[in-house]
Write a protein of this length. Structure first.
Ligand SMILES: O=C(O)CCC(=O)C(=O)O
Ligand SMILES: [Fe+2]
Length: 313
């Protein structure tokens, strides 16, 4: 059983501190019954039409599908929930000028599913550990999460470990949280889906955020067509990638992707950044490659005496 559980109106700094210290936190009562009903209504048709996985890591009794921004207005609101974004800002912005949506998906563990292999989500990118968090994951409980039904397994503190350190059995704890709660965990904390030993399915919605200079796990821009993109709340589509990732990063035809999408054209060149990105870029840590580690993974350190913003063009 995990603690680090906070009330929905808790100060985001306190939640972010817990995430920084232990790699995870839970916020309770973020979705109410009506949100949960609407979310289930939006997603149940896809749950019903999706086949079980057929691969060890993804599970054999687990249903997974993505592109949730196209499938659910409630998921759109979850993606931009202020309580979550406030924590994202504190965990991810020290490492990048922006972050964007990494992945959106349902993780529906049916009875009989066995525990997933313990892993770090940051294994997608070639950095040795310890490394910056790279992602912040949210796992929203659509059903209750218990240690019996596959509540996410976590190894508190493992976001600070070297690659060589493996968790012992008693270092692994299961997330227990009622429906409507959200678990937040960094991409470098060791975790896994649990085993479902009950007769009911564990229904989770995962929405992940990644540093703006890394490729998304799920290519968000192809999950909606142009008309759908234009109908999304502006904050949602900017987080999906219709925005600059840093000064000059991610432009389309020398335009900010948001201007390209919305057809805003000026008769003179416009800045390929925003004041907010410039501020974030000046404040972020600079990283220095210090060599390679196991399996050729790149070991990076924070540049100790970098002048923040000095490398800006
Ligand atoms: O289902 C879960 O609780 C977590 C699954 C997970 O970590 C993953 O698929 O990467
Ligand atoms: Fe994972």
């Amino acid at each position: 059983m995990l603690d680090n559980t906070f009330a929905h109106d808790c100060d985001s700094g306190t939640v972010a501190e817990a995430v920084q210290r232990d790699g995870y936190a839970v916020i309770k009562d973020v979705l109410n019954e009506s949100d949960l009903d609407r979310l289930r209504r939006d997603l149940t048709p896809s749950v019903e039409s999706t086949e079980f996985g057929d691969e060890d890591f993804w599970g054999h009794r687990t249903k997974r599908f993505g592109a949730l921004i196209a499938k659910s207005k409630v998921a759109q609101q979850m993606l931009i929930h202020p309580a979550v974004l406030a924590v994202c800002d504190q965990i991810l912005l020290p490492w990048a000028a922006s972050y964007w949506t990494n992945y959106s998906g349902v993780m529906y563990l049916a009875p009989g599913e066995t525990a997933q292999t313990l892993h770090r989500d940051t294994n997608l990118w070639p950095f040795a550990n310890p490394s910056p968090p790279l992602t912040l994951a949210t796992m929203w409980a659509v059903s209750d999460f218990t240690s019996e039904n596959g509540g996410t397994l976590l190894v508190p503190g493992s976001h600070l470990w070297d690659d060589d350190r493996k968790p012992t059995r008693d270092e692994v704890v299961a997330t227990e949280m009622p429906a409507g709660s959200v678990l937040l965990y960094t991409g470098n904390v060791i975790h896994a889906g649990g085993a479902n030993r009950t007769n009911n399915s564990r229904f989770g919605v995962a929405l992940h955020y990644v540093l703006g200079w890394l490729r998304q796990e799920e290519t968000q821009l192809l999950t909606v067509d142009r008309e759908q993109a234009l109908e999304l709340p502006e904050q949602v589509r900017k987080l999906m990638g219709y925005s600059m990732g840093a000064s000059g990063l991610g432009m389309v035809d020398h335009l900010d992707p948001h201007h390209h999408l919305t057809g805003v054209r000026e008769d003179r060149p416009v800045a390929l950044s925003t004041p907010e990105l410039d501020i974030n870029e000046a404040k972020m840590n600079r990283l220095r490659v210090v060599g390679t580690a196991n399996h050729g993974r790149t070991r990076i350190e924070i540049e100790p005496d970098a002048q923040p913003g000095a490398n800006n063009e």
